[in-house]
Design a protein around this ligand. Structure first.
Ligand code: KG4
Ligand code: ZN
Length: 333
Protein backbone atom coordinates (compact mmCIF):
# COMPACT_ATOMS: atom_id res chain seq x y z
CA UNK A 1 0.00 0.00 0.00
CA UNK A 2 1.45 3.37 -1.06
CA UNK A 3 0.36 6.30 1.11
CA UNK A 4 0.93 9.98 0.47
CA UNK A 5 1.24 11.94 3.72
CA UNK A 6 0.77 15.67 4.17
CA UNK A 7 1.84 17.66 7.25
CA UNK A 8 1.21 21.40 7.68
CA UNK A 9 0.31 21.70 11.38
CA UNK A 10 2.93 24.31 12.23
CA UNK A 11 5.72 25.89 10.20
CA UNK A 12 6.85 23.00 8.02
CA UNK A 13 5.19 22.28 4.69
CA UNK A 14 5.81 18.57 4.28
CA UNK A 15 4.82 15.75 1.95
CA UNK A 16 6.07 12.17 1.98
CA UNK A 17 5.35 8.91 0.23
CA UNK A 18 5.60 5.73 2.26
CA UNK A 19 5.13 2.14 1.07
CA UNK A 20 3.58 -0.47 3.39
CA UNK A 21 3.86 1.82 6.41
CA UNK A 22 7.64 1.55 6.72
CA UNK A 23 9.47 2.25 3.47
CA UNK A 24 10.12 5.93 2.79
CA UNK A 25 10.00 6.61 -0.97
CA UNK A 26 10.14 10.41 -0.56
CA UNK A 27 10.22 12.75 2.43
CA UNK A 28 10.13 16.45 1.53
CA UNK A 29 10.13 19.16 4.20
CA UNK A 30 10.01 22.87 3.28
CA UNK A 31 10.88 24.74 6.45
CA UNK A 32 9.74 28.28 7.17
CA UNK A 33 12.17 28.75 10.06
CA UNK A 34 14.18 31.49 8.33
CA UNK A 35 11.04 33.59 7.95
CA UNK A 36 9.71 33.14 11.50
CA UNK A 37 13.08 33.43 13.26
CA UNK A 38 13.14 37.12 12.32
CA UNK A 39 10.13 37.50 14.66
CA UNK A 40 11.47 35.23 17.42
CA UNK A 41 8.55 32.81 17.05
CA UNK A 42 5.89 31.52 14.68
CA UNK A 43 3.47 34.06 13.22
CA UNK A 44 0.37 31.94 12.37
CA UNK A 45 -0.87 34.21 9.57
CA UNK A 46 2.50 34.09 7.80
CA UNK A 47 2.70 30.31 8.31
CA UNK A 48 -0.65 29.74 6.55
CA UNK A 49 0.29 31.95 3.62
CA UNK A 50 3.64 30.20 3.18
CA UNK A 51 1.94 26.79 3.28
CA UNK A 52 -0.38 27.93 0.45
CA UNK A 53 2.64 29.03 -1.60
CA UNK A 54 4.61 25.81 -1.04
CA UNK A 55 2.14 22.95 -0.77
CA UNK A 56 1.68 22.12 -4.44
CA UNK A 57 5.41 22.23 -5.22
CA UNK A 58 6.19 20.07 -2.17
CA UNK A 59 3.62 17.40 -3.19
CA UNK A 60 4.89 17.45 -6.76
CA UNK A 61 8.49 17.07 -5.57
CA UNK A 62 7.56 14.10 -3.37
CA UNK A 63 5.95 12.32 -6.36
CA UNK A 64 9.01 13.11 -8.49
CA UNK A 65 11.48 11.82 -5.89
CA UNK A 66 9.42 8.65 -5.35
CA UNK A 67 9.22 8.33 -9.13
CA UNK A 68 5.50 7.56 -9.12
CA UNK A 69 2.29 9.18 -10.36
CA UNK A 70 -0.91 9.95 -8.44
CA UNK A 71 -2.43 6.84 -10.04
CA UNK A 72 0.02 4.71 -8.05
CA UNK A 73 -1.26 5.95 -4.68
CA UNK A 74 -3.53 3.81 -2.49
CA UNK A 75 -4.47 6.48 0.04
CA UNK A 76 -3.87 9.92 1.47
CA UNK A 77 -3.12 10.77 5.10
CA UNK A 78 -3.13 14.31 6.42
CA UNK A 79 -2.51 15.87 9.82
CA UNK A 80 -5.94 16.89 11.11
CA UNK A 81 -5.07 17.97 14.69
CA UNK A 82 -3.63 19.46 16.83
CA UNK A 83 -1.96 22.52 15.33
CA UNK A 84 -2.51 26.02 14.01
CA UNK A 85 -5.93 25.92 12.32
CA UNK A 86 -4.92 28.14 9.40
CA UNK A 87 -1.88 25.94 8.76
CA UNK A 88 -3.73 22.62 9.14
CA UNK A 89 -6.43 23.82 6.72
CA UNK A 90 -3.96 24.19 3.86
CA UNK A 91 -2.80 20.58 4.11
CA UNK A 92 -6.34 19.31 4.61
CA UNK A 93 -7.64 21.24 1.58
CA UNK A 94 -4.83 19.80 -0.57
CA UNK A 95 -5.45 16.27 0.72
CA UNK A 96 -9.20 16.53 0.10
CA UNK A 97 -8.64 17.84 -3.44
CA UNK A 98 -6.42 14.90 -4.38
CA UNK A 99 -8.73 12.42 -2.66
CA UNK A 100 -11.80 13.82 -4.45
CA UNK A 101 -10.17 14.14 -7.87
CA UNK A 102 -8.67 10.64 -7.79
CA UNK A 103 -11.28 8.91 -5.63
CA UNK A 104 -8.61 7.94 -3.11
CA UNK A 105 -9.28 6.91 0.50
CA UNK A 106 -8.53 9.78 2.90
CA UNK A 107 -7.65 9.64 6.61
CA UNK A 108 -7.01 12.46 9.07
CA UNK A 109 -4.15 11.82 11.49
CA UNK A 110 -3.45 12.94 15.05
CA UNK A 111 -0.07 14.69 14.80
CA UNK A 112 1.08 13.19 18.11
CA UNK A 113 0.33 9.65 16.94
CA UNK A 114 2.26 10.59 13.83
CA UNK A 115 5.31 11.33 15.98
CA UNK A 116 4.95 7.89 17.60
CA UNK A 117 4.47 6.16 14.23
CA UNK A 118 7.84 7.57 13.11
CA UNK A 119 9.47 4.69 14.97
CA UNK A 120 7.90 2.21 12.50
CA UNK A 121 9.88 3.87 9.71
CA UNK A 122 13.12 2.69 11.31
CA UNK A 123 14.92 -0.65 11.25
CA UNK A 124 14.56 -1.30 14.98
CA UNK A 125 10.79 -1.43 15.60
CA UNK A 126 9.31 -1.95 19.08
CA UNK A 127 6.86 -4.74 19.81
CA UNK A 128 3.53 -3.79 21.44
CA UNK A 129 2.88 -2.73 24.14
CA UNK A 130 5.35 0.09 24.65
CA UNK A 131 5.51 3.36 26.54
CA UNK A 132 5.86 6.47 24.36
CA UNK A 133 7.05 9.93 25.29
CA UNK A 134 5.97 12.56 22.75
CA UNK A 135 8.05 15.63 23.44
CA UNK A 136 7.81 18.58 21.08
CA UNK A 137 7.34 22.32 20.85
CA UNK A 138 3.64 22.07 21.67
CA UNK A 139 3.32 18.81 23.62
CA UNK A 140 4.83 16.71 26.35
CA UNK A 141 2.78 13.55 26.87
CA UNK A 142 3.30 9.94 27.76
CA UNK A 143 1.18 7.10 26.40
CA UNK A 144 0.91 3.40 26.91
CA UNK A 145 0.62 2.10 23.35
CA UNK A 146 -1.11 -1.29 23.28
CA UNK A 147 -1.45 -1.51 19.51
CA UNK A 148 -1.54 0.69 16.41
CA UNK A 149 -5.10 1.77 17.26
CA UNK A 150 -4.92 1.64 21.02
CA UNK A 151 -3.20 4.50 22.85
CA UNK A 152 -3.82 5.36 26.51
CA UNK A 153 -2.72 8.78 27.73
CA UNK A 154 -0.67 8.39 30.94
CA UNK A 155 0.68 11.88 31.62
CA UNK A 156 0.89 15.34 30.09
CA UNK A 157 2.23 18.79 30.79
CA UNK A 158 0.02 21.04 32.86
CA UNK A 159 1.59 24.19 31.42
CA UNK A 160 4.52 24.61 28.99
CA UNK A 161 5.78 21.84 26.72
CA UNK A 162 9.44 20.84 27.03
CA UNK A 163 10.23 22.29 23.59
CA UNK A 164 8.58 25.53 24.65
CA UNK A 165 10.84 25.59 27.71
CA UNK A 166 13.86 25.28 25.39
CA UNK A 167 12.55 27.94 23.01
CA UNK A 168 11.62 30.44 25.75
CA UNK A 169 15.01 30.01 27.48
CA UNK A 170 16.80 30.58 24.18
CA UNK A 171 14.77 33.75 23.70
CA UNK A 172 15.72 35.00 27.19
CA UNK A 173 19.37 34.29 26.40
CA UNK A 174 19.25 35.72 22.86
CA UNK A 175 20.23 32.40 21.30
CA UNK A 176 17.76 32.66 18.40
CA UNK A 177 14.67 30.69 17.33
CA UNK A 178 13.97 27.78 17.57
CA UNK A 179 16.01 27.43 20.73
CA UNK A 180 16.35 23.68 21.17
CA UNK A 181 19.15 23.17 18.67
CA UNK A 182 21.14 26.19 19.93
CA UNK A 183 20.85 25.08 23.57
CA UNK A 184 21.78 21.49 22.67
CA UNK A 185 24.96 22.72 20.96
CA UNK A 186 26.02 25.20 23.65
CA UNK A 187 25.18 22.83 26.53
CA UNK A 188 27.84 20.36 25.31
CA UNK A 189 30.49 22.82 26.55
CA UNK A 190 28.91 23.46 29.97
CA UNK A 191 28.62 21.90 33.42
CA UNK A 192 25.32 20.12 34.03
CA UNK A 193 25.41 20.74 37.77
CA UNK A 194 26.37 24.43 37.72
CA UNK A 195 22.90 25.57 38.86
CA UNK A 196 20.32 23.38 40.61
CA UNK A 197 17.28 24.30 38.54
CA UNK A 198 13.98 22.93 39.93
CA UNK A 199 12.60 19.53 38.90
CA UNK A 200 8.83 19.92 39.19
CA UNK A 201 6.11 17.40 40.13
CA UNK A 202 8.51 14.55 40.80
CA UNK A 203 5.79 12.25 42.18
CA UNK A 204 3.24 12.73 39.42
CA UNK A 205 2.93 11.23 35.95
CA UNK A 206 2.19 14.76 34.69
CA UNK A 207 4.79 17.38 33.80
CA UNK A 208 5.28 21.09 34.46
CA UNK A 209 7.96 23.22 32.83
CA UNK A 210 6.87 26.77 33.59
CA UNK A 211 8.75 26.75 36.94
CA UNK A 212 12.14 25.92 35.44
CA UNK A 213 11.72 28.75 32.92
CA UNK A 214 10.83 31.21 35.73
CA UNK A 215 13.82 29.98 37.75
CA UNK A 216 16.06 30.80 34.78
CA UNK A 217 14.50 34.26 34.45
CA UNK A 218 15.01 34.89 38.19
CA UNK A 219 18.61 33.71 37.98
CA UNK A 220 19.35 36.03 35.05
CA UNK A 221 17.78 38.97 36.87
CA UNK A 222 19.80 38.21 39.99
CA UNK A 223 23.26 38.15 38.38
CA UNK A 224 24.39 41.70 37.88
CA UNK A 225 26.32 41.34 34.61
CA UNK A 226 25.40 39.25 31.55
CA UNK A 227 27.07 35.81 31.71
CA UNK A 228 30.31 35.36 29.78
CA UNK A 229 30.63 32.59 27.18
CA UNK A 230 31.71 29.96 29.73
CA UNK A 231 29.00 30.82 32.27
CA UNK A 232 26.38 30.85 29.50
CA UNK A 233 27.32 27.29 28.54
CA UNK A 234 27.07 26.24 32.21
CA UNK A 235 23.66 27.90 32.57
CA UNK A 236 22.15 26.24 29.49
CA UNK A 237 23.72 22.90 30.34
CA UNK A 238 22.17 22.98 33.85
CA UNK A 239 18.85 24.16 32.42
CA UNK A 240 18.81 21.39 29.79
CA UNK A 241 19.71 18.82 32.43
CA UNK A 242 16.72 19.84 34.59
CA UNK A 243 14.37 19.23 31.65
CA UNK A 244 16.07 16.03 30.48
CA UNK A 245 16.17 14.49 33.95
CA UNK A 246 12.43 14.93 34.50
CA UNK A 247 11.55 13.55 31.05
CA UNK A 248 13.73 10.47 31.54
CA UNK A 249 12.73 9.84 35.15
CA UNK A 250 8.97 10.01 34.58
CA UNK A 251 9.00 7.98 31.38
CA UNK A 252 11.22 5.23 32.79
CA UNK A 253 9.13 5.15 36.00
CA UNK A 254 5.99 4.71 33.93
CA UNK A 255 7.56 1.83 31.99
CA UNK A 256 8.70 0.18 35.23
CA UNK A 257 5.32 0.62 36.93
CA UNK A 258 3.53 -0.89 33.91
CA UNK A 259 6.18 -3.61 33.60
CA UNK A 260 6.70 -2.68 29.94
CA UNK A 261 10.39 -2.95 29.00
CA UNK A 262 10.13 -0.82 25.83
CA UNK A 263 10.17 2.98 25.56
CA UNK A 264 9.77 5.09 22.41
CA UNK A 265 10.95 8.71 22.57
CA UNK A 266 9.73 10.96 19.75
CA UNK A 267 8.90 14.54 18.71
CA UNK A 268 11.23 17.47 18.03
CA UNK A 269 12.88 17.49 21.46
CA UNK A 270 13.86 13.82 20.95
CA UNK A 271 16.48 15.30 18.60
CA UNK A 272 18.30 16.58 21.72
CA UNK A 273 21.64 14.81 22.07
CA UNK A 274 21.66 14.86 25.89
CA UNK A 275 18.10 13.51 26.06
CA UNK A 276 19.00 10.68 23.68
CA UNK A 277 22.10 9.76 25.71
CA UNK A 278 20.32 10.03 29.07
CA UNK A 279 17.50 7.74 27.90
CA UNK A 280 20.04 5.23 26.65
CA UNK A 281 21.87 5.28 30.00
CA UNK A 282 18.63 4.87 31.97
CA UNK A 283 17.44 2.13 29.62
CA UNK A 284 20.69 0.20 30.02
CA UNK A 285 20.46 0.54 33.81
CA UNK A 286 16.82 -0.59 34.06
CA UNK A 287 16.96 -3.10 31.19
CA UNK A 288 14.44 -1.20 29.15
CA UNK A 289 14.92 -1.09 25.38
CA UNK A 290 14.98 2.51 24.12
CA UNK A 291 13.71 3.36 20.64
CA UNK A 292 14.37 6.86 19.25
CA UNK A 293 13.91 7.75 15.56
CA UNK A 294 16.75 9.45 13.68
CA UNK A 295 16.69 13.25 14.05
CA UNK A 296 15.01 13.91 10.68
CA UNK A 297 12.08 11.76 11.80
CA UNK A 298 11.88 13.39 15.27
CA UNK A 299 11.15 16.91 14.05
CA UNK A 300 7.98 17.52 12.03
CA UNK A 301 7.78 15.56 8.78
CA UNK A 302 5.12 13.94 6.62
CA UNK A 303 6.60 10.42 6.52
CA UNK A 304 5.38 9.93 10.11
CA UNK A 305 1.91 11.09 9.05
CA UNK A 306 1.88 8.61 6.16
CA UNK A 307 3.01 5.87 8.58
CA UNK A 308 0.24 6.68 11.08
CA UNK A 309 -2.26 6.96 8.20
CA UNK A 310 -1.20 3.55 6.92
CA UNK A 311 -2.36 1.95 10.19
CA UNK A 312 -5.78 3.61 9.85
CA UNK A 313 -6.15 2.74 6.16
CA UNK A 314 -5.07 -0.84 6.81
CA UNK A 315 -7.78 -1.03 9.46
CA UNK A 316 -10.29 0.03 6.76
CA UNK A 317 -10.87 3.36 8.46
CA UNK A 318 -11.83 6.24 6.16
CA UNK A 319 -12.69 9.89 6.67
CA UNK A 320 -15.07 11.72 4.39
CA UNK A 321 -14.43 14.97 2.60
CA UNK A 322 -16.14 16.89 5.39
CA UNK A 323 -13.19 16.50 7.80
CA UNK A 324 -12.03 19.76 9.24
CA UNK A 325 -8.98 21.11 11.04
CA UNK A 326 -9.07 20.92 14.85
CA UNK A 327 -6.66 23.12 16.78
CA UNK A 328 -6.69 21.36 20.15
CA UNK A 329 -6.54 17.74 21.02
CA UNK A 330 -9.31 16.19 23.09
CA UNK A 331 -8.16 15.97 26.73
CA UNK A 332 -8.10 12.18 26.69
CA UNK A 333 -6.87 11.55 23.18
O1 KG4 B 1 7.98 18.12 16.75
P1 KG4 B 1 8.42 19.48 16.38
O2 KG4 B 1 9.26 19.65 15.12
O3 KG4 B 1 7.19 20.45 16.23
C1 KG4 B 1 6.08 20.36 17.10
O4 KG4 B 1 5.24 19.47 16.89
O5 KG4 B 1 6.09 21.17 18.06
O6 KG4 B 1 9.21 20.08 17.64
C2 KG4 B 1 9.78 21.36 17.62
C3 KG4 B 1 10.45 21.59 18.96
C4 KG4 B 1 10.94 23.02 19.17
O7 KG4 B 1 10.54 23.46 20.45
C5 KG4 B 1 12.46 22.87 19.09
O8 KG4 B 1 13.17 23.83 19.88
C6 KG4 B 1 12.65 21.47 19.64
O9 KG4 B 1 11.59 20.73 19.08
N1 KG4 B 1 13.94 20.88 19.24
C7 KG4 B 1 14.91 20.59 20.13
C8 KG4 B 1 16.01 20.12 19.38
N2 KG4 B 1 15.66 20.12 18.05
C9 KG4 B 1 14.38 20.59 17.99
N3 KG4 B 1 14.94 20.71 21.46
C10 KG4 B 1 16.07 20.33 22.10
N4 KG4 B 1 17.18 19.89 21.44
C11 KG4 B 1 17.20 19.76 20.11
N5 KG4 B 1 18.28 19.30 19.47
ZN1 ZN C 1 5.43 17.85 15.96
Amino acid sequence: MIVLGIETSCDETACAIVADGDKIMANIVASQIDIHSAYGGIIPEIASRKHVESIYAVIKQALTVANIGIEDLDGIAVTQFPGLVGSLLVGIAAAKSFAFARQLPLVGVNHLFGHIAAIFLTEKKPAFPFVALVVSGGHTSTYVVHGPHNFALAGQTLDDAAGEAFDKAAKLLNLGYPGGVAIDKLAKKGKRDYIAFPRAMRNSTNFSFSGVKTALLNYLQKISTPPNEEALADIVSSYQEAIVEVLVEKTISLALSKKIPRVVVCGGVAANSRLRAAFQEAGDKEQIAIFIPPIALCTDNAAMIAAAGFFRLQNNERDDLAINAISRIHANS
